[in-house]
Every structure is written in C-alpha cells, then in structure tokens.
Design a protein around this ligand. Structure first.
Ligand SMILES: Cc1cc2nc3c(=O)[nH]c(=O)nc-3n(C[C@H](O)[C@H](O)[C@H](O)COP(=O)(O)OP(=O)(O)OC[C@H]3O[C@@H](n4cnc5c(N)ncnc54)[C@H](O)[C@@H]3O)c2cc1C
Length: 457
C-alpha cells in the first residue's frame, strides 16, 4: 500500500484522478466487464491526458510496482487489473480526430468500438473493428481485431498505420512505417507488451451499405447448419463475413445461427445471402440492409457486463463432422444456459497479408473456434470450469495448435506461443529492445530473454 506522501506525490503530477483503497470510488474503479476478476490495485490512475500515463509509468518504475493497462476493460483474462500495483486506466481518454481528406482517424485508447464507429460514420467513414460495441479499440486492435469488415479491409491491426506509445522508460515515441517501424509491426497483434499506446492512427474507408443480421435455426438442426456454414465459407466474396454460433435466445430457446454482414452493393450481396437465408427454412430470418451502427451492436445484448466469463478458443483448419458432433454433444450438457459456441472465419483481405508482415500470425483462411463460458453467480463457477475443461479436452484433437491472443484466458506461456507461432522469436527480440525488464508483464506475456527480465505475473 502507498503511504500518504507517495499518494500526494503521484496525485500532484496528474491531470486526472488517483483512486486508492479506501476511496469511495475504489470498488467501482477496479471493476471490469468480467466479475470473475477481483483484484485490488494499490493505485488506479484514471488518466485525463497522455501525460498522466507517463507519470503513472514513472511512478511505478520508481516504486518498483507492477502495472496493468485498461482500455475498456473488456478482455476476459482480466489483465486490465493488477493486485498491489498501478492500474493505468485509459477509459476516460476518448478523444478522436478525423481527417476526411487523408482518411485517417487519430483515436485515444479509451474509446469503445461504439464510440469510434459513431464518430467515424458521422463523417462517412469506417474501418474494421469487432462485433460487440462495448469492446475497447485499444485491446482489440493491439491483439488483431476480427470484425465484419475483415474480409474487405483486413483486421483492425492491418488498418493501424501509426501510434504514440509511452515506453517502459516513460518516454513517448511514435511508431509508423517510417519511425520505429519495428514497433508498429509489434503493435499490430503483439498486445500490450511494448508500451502504453496513447494514440492510435487508423486508415479509414468510405462507408458502404451493410446487409446483415441473423439467420436462426433450432439447435437440433445444428449439424446441417454448421455444414452449410462450412460449405459457404469455402468460397465467398471479401464483402461478406460470417459467424456461426450455438446459444440460447433470451427466451431460453436453444438455437444454431449464422450471423452475417455484407458490406457493399445490397443487390449483389442479396445474391450471395439468398441460399443462406432460404436454407432449411430457418425459424427466423433477421437479415436486412441496416445502418452500420446497427450491425455493430446487434450482438451486444448477449454479452452484458457483470457476469462470469471464461473462454477457451483456438484456430481450426477445417470444421470437421467429428468436431461438429462434439460441439452438439457438449452444447446440450453445458451447466449454464448463457454459454455459447462461436465460430469465426478469417478470410479475404485478412488472410492475404503475409504471415510475417504483422505480429498477428494467423493469415491463411481458417476458423477461430471459441467456447464462451458465461454464467451468473460465483457458486456456478466450479461446475462451469469443469465442463469447459472437459469439452476442451474432447475438442482439442480437432483444433489447430494456434490461438488468437485476444481470446486467451490465463493459460500460460505455451498458449502465448501458440498465439504468435512463427512470429514469436521476432516478438521476443522486440521485447528485449523496448521492454528488456518486462515492466509490461500483466498481459499475454512475451517474455524477454535479457538477464534483467522479471517473470510474468
Ligand atoms: C463480448 C466480447 C466480444 C468480443 N468481440 C471481439 C471481436 O468481435 N473481435 C475481436 O477481435 N475481439 C473481440 N473480443 C476480444 C477483444 O478484442 C479483447 O477482449 C480486447 O482485449 C478488448 O480490448 P479492451 O481495450 O476492451 O480490453 P482491456 O481489458 O481494457 O485491455 C486488454 C489488454 O490490452 C492491453 N491494452 C489495453 N489498452 C492498452 C493500451 N492503451 N496500450 C497498450 N496495451 C493496452 C493490455 O495488455 C490489457 O490487459 C471480444 C471480447 C468480448 C468480451
């Protein structure tokens, strides 16, 4: 715990607020999306300016404290919060400037996707973000960023063209194609390992019509629906991105659905969507030409804050019949009706970037398979974790040894390696250069190999 003089010393350097144990705001300030994470930082710096990030980093260095970095606090692993260290909370840094002429947005790290999309679409632009509007642009972009536009414009990190970063030494550096290009490479998928990003610079694209929504079938039809999804994802246009999911509707009905988004001419899109919309037929076809902001928030209600979340996810080269059988079996035995199975497909522009061009390495066409464990109360945790582990064991033979870093829970060093595959050694070299002591270690940690490196938390 910090003494009064230490707190005062930090407080007077900040434009924003310092919250410490005992303050009225403390419990609310240390809460994140996933209530399973219950940690107690010694200091929470609610940054109001990039200079507050510098002050927090320097203070933590001087007092030999660990740091955690929070954007929107949406990451299920809970790495946004630390015990007994300094939590750098950027969630109030929500500035955004859009240059319509150069089609570039400069965005601060506290923006959610909803904030970002609202500001950019107001000026007729968008770029790839995720599919739930409360997610933070910071964590999402730094890990990769899969979303409805990935087939057409690549991942969120592929549209990141520059950044301002506070390093482990408390220095502000710029990363772009021409300045510290190695750092930009690492920020495009390497997570929060290299510093605190205080400004993201994105390439924007003119907004086009979006045809999207959900096609729902009863869960008993899951085998046929998932086979259709497999077939339709083998060859489809960049404009279309599709997700398959098994979950319960709010009224408790178990369903298997395809969520989709086609960005471009609705007539051309309609032709591609028609066989998916008429297959079955579905119990509900909720596809329409919709405003982009509606598409970006259509899944929000399935992921409220304040629940218990534990996810397991891996890439999948093929969605085999055997894997579908396991999914269907375990879907029926899940202890919590909120738990979902979720399959995304990386394709189009996102899959044409060379594997070593960015830290994000999963570039050939492939699926990402996730079991999204979600439940309401602490007393349900044991049963849900046991079910998740068992389901995972059964599925593992059907999955590839590759993981998307943003979907990892606390799963250890081997899984972090799976997240980076062939890019891991280059990321270690970058970590040795930018953070040789492993100051930024509360993350999916790329551990430096220098003699001074502190082990991950
Ligand atoms: C309901 C839900 C839906 C999701 N949907 C998608 C999706 O469609 N596509 C997708 O790709 N992902 C998705 N994700 C995963 C999401 O990308 C990650 O959880 C991401 O980390 C969230 O970012 P955040 O800023 O909200 O997280 P936080 O928890 O605030 O931060 C996560 C980590 O990112 C790092 N970080 C955050 N801010 C900074 C910064 N300024 N500088 C340096 N490092 C920083 C830190 O290591 C931190 O621990 C989803 C997650 C949830 C819970």
């Amino acid at each position: 715990m910090l003494n009064d003089a230490e707190k005062e010393n930090l407080r007077k350097q900040l434009e924003g607020e310092l919250v410490t144990p005992g303050d009225a705001a403390y419990d609310e300030a240390r809460r994140i999306f996933n209530v399973m994470i219950d940690r107690h930082p010694a200091a929470i710096v609610r940054c109001a300016a990039a200079s507050d990030v510098v002050a927090a980093v320097q203070f933590a260095r001087e007092h030999d404290l660990r740091v955690s970095i929070k954007g929107a606090g949406h990451n299920v692993s809970g790495n946004a919060i630390c015990d007994n260290g300094v939590m750098i909370d950027n969630s109030r840094l929500k500035g955004i400037q859009i240059d319509a002429k150069s089609r570039v947005a400069k965005a601060q790290p506290g923006l959610t996707l909803g904030d970002f999309d609202k500001a950019t679409t107001a000026q007729g632009f968008y770029t790839t973000m995720g599919v739930v509007s409360k997610t933070g642009i910071a964590g999402l972009t730094l890990g990769g960023g899969l979303g409805w536009l990935m087939g057409k414009y690549g991942l969120a990190c592929d549209n990141l063209i520059g950044a301002e970063v506070v390093t482990s030494e408390g220095k502000v550096v710029r990363a772009s194609e021409t300045e510290n290009a190695d750092l930009l490479w690492g920020l495009r998928g390497g997570g929060g390992n290299f510093g605190v990003v205080t400004q993201f610079e994105y390439r924007l694209h003119p907004v086009e019509p979006m045809t999207g929504g959900l096609v729902l079938h009863s869960a008993e039809r899951a085998r046929d629906v998932l086979r259709l999804y497999r077939e339709k994802t083998t060859k489809y246009p960049d404009e279309l991105t599709m997700v398959a999911a098994m979950q319960n509707l709010p009224d408790g009905t178990p369903v298997c659905g395809i969520a989709l988004g086609y960005s471009g001419d609705p007539v051309a899109g309609g032709k591609h969507l028609q066989p998916i919309r008429t297959f079955g037929p579905p119990i509900a076809d909720l596809v329409a030409t919709v405003p982009y902001l509606q598409q970006q928030s259509m899944l929000d209600e399935a992921y409220p804050s304040g629940l218990y979340y534990y996810w397991k996810a891996s890439m999948m080269d093929t969605l085999s019949d055997a894997a579908i059988d396991v999914l269907m079996e375990y879907f029926q035995t899940r202890p919590s009706p909120l738990t979902q199975m979720f399959i995304e497909h990386i394709h189009g522009a996102a899959s044409r970037v060379p594997v070593t061009a960015t830290a994000f390495a999963h570039r050939n066409e492939q699926f990402n398979f996730s079991i999204l464990g979600i439940w309401r109360e602490a007393k349900e945790t044991e049963a849900n974790l046991a079910w998740l582990q068992e389901c995972w064991r059964e599925l593992r033979p059907h999955l590839a040894p590759r993981a998307y870093v943003n979907y990892l829970s606390q799963e250890g060093a081997e899984r972090v390696r799976e997240a980076y595959g062939p890019n891991y050694d280059r990321l270690v070299a970058l970590k040795n250069k930018y953070d040789p002591k492993n100051f930024f270690r509360l993350n999916q940690n790329i551990r430096p190999t220098t003699s001074k490196a502190v082990p991950p938390n």
